[in-house]
Every structure is written in C-alpha cells, then in structure tokens.
Design a protein around this ligand. Structure first.
Ligand code: XIL
Length: 274
C-alpha cells in the first residue's frame, strides 16, 4: 500500500514541508496543478509546468503520483463554463486525451471523474454542465482515458460516500453497471473529509466496492481536530488495512497550515511540522 499527501507545487521549495513529505510519504497527489483550470486555461493551450514539477519531485524520490483530476464540475476555466452540448462534450474528451497523454506512463491512478453524484437522498447524478452533455459522459471519459494511458488505474472519486448511504449506493450502482458492461474502471476513491465521527460502516462500505472487483483508495483524508481525531485516523487506517483491495491512503496535505480546512487542524502534522 502507498501512503500519500496532497502537494501544491509552490511548497516544494519549503524545506520543512519537503523534509516531512520525503521522510513520511511515498505518493503525491497534486492539490490543484492537474485540474482543468490549471492544465488548459485557454482552449487547446495546455500548461503542464507546475504539474510536471510535482511529477519530477515524485520520481526523484521514488513516489507514486495520483492524477487529480481530469473532469470535475469545479475549478473549470471560464471558456469551459461557456460551452454546452456536443461542443462541450468534444472539449471534455479532448481534455482527457491531451492531459492523460502528456502524463502517460507517469501516473499510478487517475481520478478520471471527480464528484459527479449529488448529495442527499436521491442517489442521482449531480446537475452540472458536464452532466447536461448526456448521462454517458462518465463512461465516455473512462474509455477515452484508457485509450490515452492504458497503464494508469482509472478511478472515480467522491466525498460523502464514506459510509453506506444513498450517495455511495448511487456510485456503487454505477460501478457495478460499468463492470457488467466492460466500461474500464479500476478503482474508487473515497475522499474522507471527515468531521468528529466516522461512519460505523466505513470498512463495510469499502469492502462492498472492493467486492465489485475494483481497488479502493482513501484519497483526501483530513479529520477535524478534537478528542476523537487520533482514534479516527487509527480506525480509517485499520479499515484500509483490513480490506485487501484498499491500495492506499492519501491525506489532503501534510501540516495543519497546509490544509484547505486549516481552521480544523485536520492533518497529521501541526503547523510546526511536529
Ligand atoms: C481543494 C484544494 O485543496 C484547494 O486548494 C482549492 O482551493 C479547492 O480545492 N475535493 C477535491 C479537491 O477533490 O480537489 C479539493 O481540493 C477539496 C475537495
């Protein structure tokens, strides 16, 4: 199993940060550098400089890279937000092909699609510009990604899917359907942005996905600081270790001050790097 951290390229020059990263972790997820707004700020003009810096650091230190993320309703460049229909669909698949081809052979697992399901009790897809191009956009993205980089594991990634609930069951039904019809999907990521309690069916949920024949990974773990934080880190880790197909855990940052939720002090290292 790998143990990863989300890394922004600009922190690769912070020696306290890289000291911990290189000592404690053997996988990296670019925190923002491989998102659509970063990699294709204008249509068909690709920018890979900061993503490449992260890949270089990983390779120099023998770390795996999780690619994050090819298609997501958030952090889209403005030009994408102005497209719809078949024009948008073409731009989506071109983006998948171009970015996956640039990083071909260098990515352990791609989050091909991020956060495509709705919160709440519907178990349905989230409404988005991507979804409005047709319900088959997710399978089209996975087939396109497989063609571009056959060696990368292809993942679906989401949040609030950490226990058994309507949203995780919606994802489960999609993965089961994909496996039945031969749509290329290899893994499911559970972001696991957690508060003060862990769903008591956390491990059971990971296992039901694994039983569909996909790997499962904890992809963006962070946990609100409090009396239960250490217990929850232990319980998440034990759950992954207990599921044979749980292939890795990534925390969404290294130190509390690196976190997108820094007010919650949710990471394993404090702001002094302890
Ligand atoms: C977050 C980053 O950590 C922030 O720096 C950025 O401003 C917004 O995105 N789910 C995801 C991640 O899949 O990409 C998000 O990362 C956190 C929620």
């Amino acid at each position: 199993r790998y143990f990863g951290a989300a890394v922004p390229a600009f922190k690769l020059s912070d020696s306290q940060f890289t000291g911990i990263l290189d000592r404690e972790f053997n996988a990296i997820t670019p925190e923002n550098e491989m998102k659509w707004d970063a990699t294709e700020p204008s249509q068909n003009q690709f920018r890979y400089t900061s993503g490449d810096q992260i890949v270089s650091h990983a390779q120099a230190h023998g770390m795996k890279v999780r690619g994050h993320t090819l298609l997501w309703h958030a952090q889209q460049p403005a030009w994408v937000q102005n497209l719809s229909g078949s024009t948008l669909r073409s731009a989506m698949m071109n983006h998948v092909t171009q970015v996956a081809t640039h990083y071909k052979g260098q990515i352990y697992a791609w989050d091909v699609v991020n956060e495509a399901f709705a919160d709440g009790g519907s178990g349905a897809r989230r409404d988005s510009n991507l979804q409005r191009t047709g319900n088959d956009w997710i399978e089209a993205a996975f087939r396109t990604a497989r063609a571009a980089d056959p060696a990368a594991k292809l993942c679906y990634n989401d949040y609030n899917t950490d226990g058994i609930n309507a949203k995780s069951t919606g994802v489960y039904n999609m993965v089961r359907d994909f496996k039945t019809r031969g749509v290329p999907i290899d893994c499911v990521g559970f972001q696991s942005h957690l508060g003060t309690t862990l769903p008591n069916d956390y491990q059971t949920n990971l296992q039901r996905f694994a039983d569909l024949g996909v790997d499962v990974q904890i992809t963006e773990l962070d946990i609100t600081q409090g009396s239960n934080q250490a217990n929850m880190y232990a319980a998440v880790t034990k759950a992954c270790l207990a599921v044979t197909r749980c292939t890795g855990i990534t925390t969404w940052g290294v130190r509390d001050n690196d976190s997108w939720r820094s007010g919650d002090n949710p990471l394993l290292f404090d702001s002094n790097g302890n």
